[in-house]
Write a protein that binds this ligand. Structure first.
Ligand SMILES: [Zn+2]
Length: 161
């Protein structure tokens, strides 16, 4: 008998975590990270409870997995999310070197519950001058803007990531 959970079973678990989280002071989002060797780490949304706008389920799962495993690199891992990851979570998964992402509900389902995932995706499709939050480069005075990179490149003890 095969006891390894299927991708569908992992995704069901993420949806169950999300649903239970609604009744535990959290947003309706859950996630599971499964490492390349099959270890699973849960995450749920803790934004309002922790006053942390970055505490999305996927980020929480990534943080939990990395802390437990003592690494910043989840190469080979799969992320299961109860809902399509927002741009922050997608980028977090990229930074964590997650190999693959599965989700259940999508960004439009999230929008129907009042969440801004779809709006934030639109940000990237909007002309720069019309974006919700202007982002611009400023010239620094007295210090070269690339000083941190010069220091990094000169540091032979650096840990690349
Ligand atoms: Zn997110």
């Amino acid at each position: 008998m095969n006891t390894i959970p299927t991708p569908q079973e992992q995704l069901v678990r993420a949806v169950e975590l999300a649903t239970a989280n609604v009744h535990n002071h959290g947003g309706p989002f859950g996630a599971v990270i499964v490492t390349a060797d099959g270890r699973a780490f849960d995450g749920v949304n803790r934004v309002t409870d922790n006053n942390d706008p970055t505490a999305h389920a996927e980020v929480t799962a990534i943080r939990t997995a990395c802390a437990a495993l003592g690494t910043f690199d989840l190469t080979g891992a799969t992320l299961y999310s109860s809902c399509e990851p927002c741009p922050m979570c997608l980028a977090s998964a990229l930074w964590a070197r997650v190999e693959r992402v599965y989700f259940a509900a999508d960004r439009y389902d999230a929008a129907s519950a009042g969440f801004d995932d779809a709006v934030f995706y639109e940000y990237f499709d909007t002309p720069v001058a019309e974006r919700l939050m202007p982002v611009g480069q400023l010239q620094t005075q007295d210090i070269p803007a690339v000083a941190p990179f010069d220091a990094w490149n000169a540091n032979t003890a650096r840990i690349a990531y």
